[in-house]
Ligand binder design. Structure first.
Ligand code: IZC
Ligand code: ZN
Length: 418
C-alpha cells in the first residue's frame, strides 16, 4: 500500500547534494504539477505530471495536491524546547528599554527559567514539551534540535536531556539533543565563574557523553555571559570528548564569536546579528552553517537583523530557526519565522525554504535522511494550503498547514494533529 500525492501545484523538493550556499540557495527544486509516491516510511518516486500512473494500484491512498504547496517536513534547527514557567512579566521591562543582558545580570531572564525548570518534575517537563511539540507539528515541523541549558547543574541538565529522549520516543517529531550547560553562569557560582566552567568541563560534559544524552555541545558566547577564551576552553573540551560543536555567537554585540566558530570548525554558529565581516569570512572558509533567528531580533527590539545577504554573498550556508524559548522568541511556528526571514533578513522564498529544510538538516547532521523530497529519503512532508511558495511566506500569522506526513503516516489533517 502506497500513498501518492498528485497534481501538486507547487512541489518544493529542496533536492540537492548537501548544504546549499551562495546562488545554490536559490535552487529550491520546484516542480509545477508534481507528484510524490511514498511506500512505508520512505519516498519512492518524485516527478511531474502523470508520471505517477505506473505506480498506482487500487489499494493506494491518493491525495489531490491541486491548489497546494508541498515541502519537505520543516526542520527547526535551534530550539530551547524544554523549560518550565514563562517570562511575560518581562514585557514592561523590555518596553522600559532594560537590556536582555541587564535583566540576566539582575538574576532574571535565563536565570528565572532556570529556577522554574529546576523545580519542575520530569513528568511536568514532558507534558510542557509535548504541548509545544504538538504545536510545532501542527505548524509543519517534523524534526527539531533541542538544547538543554535551564538546569546549569548536572542533575537538571540531565533531566532536560532525558525529557528530549522520552519525547523523541513517544510522539512523531524527531529530536536531536544539544547540551548547553554553558547557557549562563548560575547564581550559586556568581563569585566563582572558574568553578562553574570546571564543573562543565570536568563533570557535566564527560557524564553526558557517557550516558549518550547529547550529540552536540553549545555555548552562549556573548558579552556578559561567556567570553571568547572561556567558550574556546569549554568547546575544545567538548570536542575532545566527541561532541560536535555549536555556538550562540554575536547575538547582541560582537565579541568575535563568528571568528571563533571558524577556528573551532563548528558545525554551526547561531544568532550572528552583530557578526563582523571577518567572522563571516571565517565561517565561509570553514563551512560553518549560520543559523539565523529573525524573530529573536524582533522580540529583543534589536533594531537590526543578521546580515543574511552578506553571508550568502560570501558563501556561508544559511539556515533559519525559531529559537523557541521562554524569553526571546516564545513561538513554535517556523511559518512566522519564514516571513520574518523574508522582511527582516531579506531572504528570497527559495532561500528561506532551503534554510528550514536542507540546510537545517545539515546543521543537525541529518541530511542523508531528511531535508528534501527525494527518492530514498524519509517520507516527512507538509501539504500547505498555499498555491505557491511565495504565497506561503506572503500570507502570514496564520497556520497554512493542511496535512503533515511523518515517516509515511498522516499525523496532521486539516491543520489538527490526528
Ligand atoms: O531563555 O533567554 N539567547 N538564550 C540565548 C536565550 C536567548 C534563551 C533565553
Ligand atoms: Zn538559543
Amino acid at each position: 500500500m502506497k500513498t501518492i500525492i498528485r497534481n501538486i501545484d507547487c512541489l518544493v523538493t529542496c533536492r540537492g547534494k548537501g548544504v546549499k550556499k551562495g546562488k545554490e540557495m536559490m535552487d529550491a527544486g520546484v516542480i509545477l504539477d508534481g507528484y510524490v509516491v511514498m511506500e512505508g516510511d520512505r519516498i519512492s518516486a518524485v516527478g511531474e505530471g502523470e508520471g505517477y500512473k505506473p505506480y498506482l494500484e487500487p489499494s493506494d491512498t491518493v491525495i489531490d495536491g491541486r491548489g497546494k504547496t508541498v515541502t519537505p517536513g520543516l526542520i527547526d534547527s535551534h530550539t530551547h524546547l524544554v523549560y518550565a514557567g514563562s517570562r511575560e512579566f518581562e514585557l514592561p521591562l523590555k518596553l522600559a528599554k532594560v537590556g536582555y543582558i541587564d535583566i540576566l545580570k539582575a538574576g532574571g531572564g535565563i536565570l528565572s527559567s532556570v529556577r522554574e525548570t529546576r523545580a519542575a518534575s520530569i513528568e511536568e517537563l514532558v507534558s510542557l514539551g509535548q504541548k509545544r511539540l504538538d504545536l510545532m507539528l501542527e505548524h509543519g515541523t517534523t524534526t527539531i534540535e533541542s538544547k538543554s541549558g535551564y538546569g546549569l547543574d548536572l542533575e537538571t541538565e540531565m533531566k532536560m536531556l532525558r525529557v528530549n529522549k522520552l519525547l523523541g520516543e513517544s510522539q512523531p517529531v524527531d529530536i536531536v539533543s544539544t547540551f548547553m550547560g554553558a547557557h549562563a553562569v548560575p547564581q550559586e557560582y556568581r563569585e566563582d565563574r572558574e568553578g562553574y566552567i570546571r564543573l562543565i568541563i570536568e563533570e557535566m560534559l564527560p557524564r553526558i557523553r557517557e550516558e549518550n544524552l547529547a550529540e552536540f555541545a553549545d555555548c552562549f558566547c556573548e558579552e556578559g555571559v561567556f567570553g571568547i577564551d572561556e567558550t574556546r576552553r569549554i568547546l575544545n573540551a567538548a570536542k575532545a570528548l566527541g561532541f560536535r560543536i555549536k555556538l550562540h555567537a554575536d547575538e547582541v554585540v560582537s565579541t568575535g564569536g563568528a571568528e571563533l566558530s571558524g577556528e573551532l570548525k563548528a558545525v554551526s554558529a547561531e544568532h550572528l546579528v552583530a557578526a563582523s565581516e571577518e567572522g563571516m569570512k571565517a565561517m565561509a572558509e570553514n563551512n560553518v552553517i549560520a543559523i539565523l533567528l529573525p524573530t529573536t531580533s524582533f522580540y529583543l527590539m534589536l533594531g537590526k537583523f543578521a546580515d543574511a545577504r552578506r553571508m550568502i554573498e560570501l558563501g556561508v550556508p544559511v539556515a533559519v530557526a525559531t529559537d523557541c524559548n521562554p524569553g526571546t522568541s516564545p513561538t513554535e511556528s517556523l511559518q512566522i519565522v519564514m516571513t520574518y526571514a523574508c522582511f527582516g533578513l531579506r531572504m528570497m522564498p527559495e532561500e528561506i525554504i532551503n534554510a528550514v529544510t536542507m540546510n537545517a538538516a545539515c546543521s543537525i547532521g541529518r541530511e542523508k535522511e531528511i531535508g528534501s523530497i527525494e527518492e530514498g529519503k524519509k517520507a516527512d512532508l507538509v501539504i500547505f494550503d498555499a498555491k505557491n511558495l511565495n504565497y506561503l511566506i506572503y500570507h502570514f500569522g496564520v497556520n497554512a498547514v493542511d496535512t503533515v506526513i511523518k515517516d509515511g503516516k498522516t499525523v496532521v489533517e486539516g491543520g489538527r494533529k490526528c
